[in-house]
Write a protein that binds this ligand. Sequence first.
Ligand SMILES: CC(C)(COP(=O)(O)OP(=O)(O)OC[C@H]1O[C@@H](n2cnc3c(N)ncnc32)[C@H](O)[C@@H]1OP(=O)(O)O)[C@@H](O)C(=O)NCCC(=O)NCCS
Length: 212
Amino acid sequence: MSSGPTTISVLDGAAAASELRIAQTLALLHDGLGAGYITREALLRFVAPAVTPSAPDEREPFQRALVATDDATDEVVAALLVEVVAAGAFRASFLGSYALIRADPAIQRLERAPAGFIKSIVVAPAGRGRGVARSLIAAGMQALADHGAQGYYSLAWVNQRAGCQLCGVLAALGFRSARRIERFWYQDSVGRGYQCPACAGPCECAVEVMLR
Ligand SMILES: CC(C)(COP(=O)(O)OP(=O)(O)OC[C@H]1O[C@@H](n2cnc3c(N)ncnc32)[C@H](O)[C@@H]1OP(=O)(O)O)[C@@H](O)C(=O)NCCC(=O)NCCS
């Protein structure tokens, strides 16, 4: 990749190059977060519909993938998944650890109104440190607000080797850390059989619960 300027767009099933873009996005997510953590089937739920509906898109929940493509090569160099989460799904997104944070007033506020979930993000290694994640997340937050989100949260990966790479980006966007939860994905990674790239097996990493 050239790691030059990039353009942000919604991953769109109607776009001419959509199959290639979906494949590149999946490869990026697999490299960054572990093969099988985001399956192709799961990613397709975040792809905007190929046919523009006559009425506004009323699919529930609102889920979108945003990508940054390299202007020189048109390759996907970063991807972000976002979702507007209602109360039941909000609890489920904490993968069994909800009891550890439910007393936090900010968590209760987020649970009462539709919450914007900054779900997964990867920037290709050659393009990091140039503000791509920050721009992508800002665009994702705007899309979430346009679809009713009244607050935001993210479950930021504290990589056993590299620490929390996402935490600084989110802090720069006004998020604060609510608490750290150890071995957050362990049961999920055993149950669904994905490998953590940092642990080379079931995931022993922690999460930093980030709120705004
Ligand atoms: C996390 C990740 C997406 C960040 O992408 P990025 O494009 O390099 O981040 P940005 O360049 O947009 O950073 C924006 C701001 O965040 C801050 N920041 C970024 N990385 C940071 C770090 N490691 N420590 C502290 N602050 C950091 C900086 O303040 C930066 O602001 P600046 O432009 O004024 O310097 C990228 O490192 C990545 O893909 N990591 C592997 C996958 C991963 O951990 N994903 C999160 C899973 S939940």
